[in-house]
Design a protein around this ligand. Structure first.
Ligand SMILES: CC(C)[C@H](C(=O)O)[C@@H](O)C(=O)O
Ligand code: SF4
Length: 467
């Protein structure tokens, strides 16, 4: 009797050293331009090449401008340099690159499932902390550091200590206007930003089973914000339906046989986890962060600081500092807080369903005067699909900017960033100080909530616009 996490791990651990670390075989590796330059350089310096070139895909995402002229104009010299470096490195090593002009380009964690690159039961790594996103496909997926990236490229293996397992069982169902993002924020609020440290998390239970593939990707994406590098959902009919349309190569040819094998990929019993947390989805309402960690969140009807004063002195001073940064008063009603910018996008919430949810709120309405609202699709595929079904037009008619795909204002490396003091309703995953630009203030929420906030000009519960 064991967990899904342990089963996939055991199938990939090919050796154990004296320290107790396992050498884990890596099936797939994703590369982006920010964390790879040193890895390519050290691989070259050690005289290695790619051990298995078909197991890697590279994409430009963090630094890419989201303006229409980006193929001819990358104003930031550092961004241009990182983009050129990945182009050079992939050419030199024979790694597939989805470059700026590729119709499939997009945020690394958004494109990987779209390409059918991530299969249930596989191991997938990327030099990016949000790689657990891909665990939604029933894979062990995690973020690695630059030296590990070099190691994977030249050996296809990694020495790793197996983490303990944490099962998060979510019962009940999410109500209307409540999304996977709200569930993720509620869970992080519940277990804390270090609640998952040292553990691989598997999400399961009726509320997880009811989530679409895209919603599961959102949920797993936020796992690192709870301190865990691994977020996992067992493959089921939803996973198979998603993959059937997307897998390539041998997995396509042998799909039905593979599907039978994937059906065995599940945790035998909830008691097999080292730790178990139970959570009721019916208690979740649309949430928004007010502080500078993803755990600092409350319902839109709530108050800054949860309306309580923590007994712990260190926590009290942390909150004081974060509220000073955020320009908020403890106890202030969240719904009275005005915003300057709304950002809909990122690897958390830049997929088609996210844009549908935001467009359902924005349709036939107008962005409030003085608010800048951006919609940045997570990939070229998302962009084209959103245009084909009329979502882009809904946004444009409502006064939102419709941009080219990339990480954009999630991290502000590409020129899309907040000015000091600006306040943003954002569908991304991190609200740390200066994350979206020096002095910028981030409020995390779902795409429907970001659209609602853009329309009203203050932090707004999306249910006010959904009938
Ligand atoms: C730049 C990159 C390596 C980084 C990460 O590791 O996650 C970024 O994607 C982020 O979201 O902070
Ligand atoms: S969208 Fe944001 S969180 Fe995701 S990979 Fe890009 S910068 Fe990181």
């Amino acid at each position: 009797m064991t967990t899904l996490f342990d089963k996939i791990w055991a199938a990939h651990a090919v050796a154990r050293n004296e320290a107790g670390d396992d050498l884990v075989y890596i099936d797939r590796h994703l590369v982006q331009e920010v964390s790879s330059p040193q890895a390519f350089a050290s691989m070259k310096a050690s005289g290695h090449g790619l051990r298995s070139s078909a197991r890697h895909i590279a994409v430009q995402d963090h630094n890419v401008p989201t303006s229409a002229d980006r193929l001819v104009n990358i104003p930031n010299a550092e961004s241009a340099e990182q983009i050129a470096t990945l182009r050079r490195n992939t050419q030199a090593t024979g790694m597939r690159l989805l470059d700026l002009d590729d119709p499939l380009q997009g945020i690394v964690h958004v494109i990987a499932p779209e390409l059918g690159f991530v299969l249930p039961g596989s191991t997938v790594v990327c030099g990016d902390s949000h790689s657990a996103t891909l665990g939604a496909m029933g894979a062990l997926a995690w973020g690695i550091g630059t030296s590990e990236v070099a190691h994977v490229m030249s050996t296809q293996g990694l020495w790793m200590r197996k983490p303990r397992t944490l099962g998060i069982e979510v019962s009940g169902a999410l109500g209307p206007g409540v999304y996977a993002k709200d569930l993720a924020l509620a869970l992080i609020h519940h277990i804390g930003t270090s609640g998952g440290v040292g553990h691989g998390i598997e999400y399961f239970g009726p509320a997880v089973a009811a989530l679409s593939m895209e919603a599961r990707l959102t949920l797993c994406n936020m796992t690192i914000e709870a301190g865990s590098r691994f977020g996992l959902v067992a493959p089921d009919a939803t996973t198979l339906a998603y993959l059937r349309e997307r897998v390539q190569g041998p997995a396509r040819e042998h799909f039905e046989r593979a599907a039978q094998a994937w059906a065995t990929l599940r945790t035998d019993a909830a008691t097999d986890f080292d730790r178990l947390v139970r959570f009721d989805a019916a208690t979740v309402t649309p949430r928004v962060t007010w502080g500078t960690t993803p755990a600092d969140s409350a319902a839109f009807s709530g108050r800054v600081g949860d309306g309580t004063t923590p007994a712990d002195a260190a926590e009290r001073s942390r909150i004081e500092k974060s509220l000073a940064y955020m320009g908020l008063q403890p106890g202030q009603a969240l719904s009275s807080v005005p915003i300057d910018v709304a950002f809909i996008g990122s690897c958390t919430n830049g997929r088609l369903e996210d844009l549908r949810a935001a467009a359902a709120v924005a349709r036939g309405r107008r962005v409030a005067a003085g608010v800048r609202a951006l919609v940045v699709p997570g990939s070229g595929s998302v962009k084209r699909a959103a245009e084909a079904e009329g979502l882009a037009q809904v946004f444009v008619d409502a006064g939102f900017e419709w941009r080219e795909p990339g990480c954009s204002m999630c991290i502000g490396m590409n020129g899309d960033s907040l000015a000091p003091g600006q306040r943003c309703a954002s569908t991304s995953n991190r609200n740390f100080e200066n994350r979206q630009g020096q002095g910028g203030r981030t409020h995390l929420m779902s795409p429907a909530a970001a659209a609602a906030s853009a329309l009203r000009g203050t932090l707004t519960d999306p249910r006010e616009f959904l009938s």
